[in-house]
Design a protein around this ligand. Sequence first.
Ligand code: G3P
Length: 250
Amino acid sequence: MKASYVIGNWKLNPATLGDVQALASALTAGTGRCQVGVAPSFVHLSAAKAALSAGIWLGAQDIAHKSTQTGAFTGDVSGAQLADAGAQFVIVGHSERRAYHGESDAVLAQKITHAFASGLSVVFCIGETKDEYQAGKTLDVLAAQLQVVADFASQITADTDGALPKLLIAYEPVWAIGTGLTPTFAEVEAVHRFISETLAAMQVFSPILYGGSVNDTNAETFVKSPLIDGVLVGGASLKADSFARIAAAF
Ligand code: G3P
């Protein structure tokens, strides 16, 4: 049975430690083929780790670009620090980091290098803006963004045997994030097929998740495609019952 992945990106939420503990302790691990993970903010990693049920993966939302585990990098957090706090994966390339922090492909490649050297898995996000979507440039944009992972092909193995994969790709159309809008099922399938073929040509083997306004209603649709290996969830991952229903769908 093919594994599936439901990962919550908590972004800059929840506001208080008490809320983090309440949310983390209310989550339940996936059952069957579905693996569940969540990515709180840096300052909440340890508290979330302590409150999460066994079997739920913990991730961070960012990592320093320099592959140094200590040093003069104000505001940065190293892979060793993340792992020490209990993180097993890190999100890299989210459109909010690209847009608000100007993260370039070169920086993203450095972050992946750092994460892998620290023993962390990577959820690598790609996606087109609304303008790019409307101009019919989606596949060109994604092909360019995917070039970043080509250099890591030799480090990524296809057979993960139930473990957290070394690399997961998350297709998140920027215009679908937090808007309630989603591409059609056929559009998502076509894009996932393209990503899969592009990765295969690079000899990179990775699950491909969809992200962007996923909720406990539309998850039922996405799960129907063998091309969609799971979802990366923002807003709906902040409600334990909604997140559980999404995980149950997968
Ligand atoms: O990383 C997940 C995210 O960008 C999607 O957010 O709130 O649209 O589910 P949301």
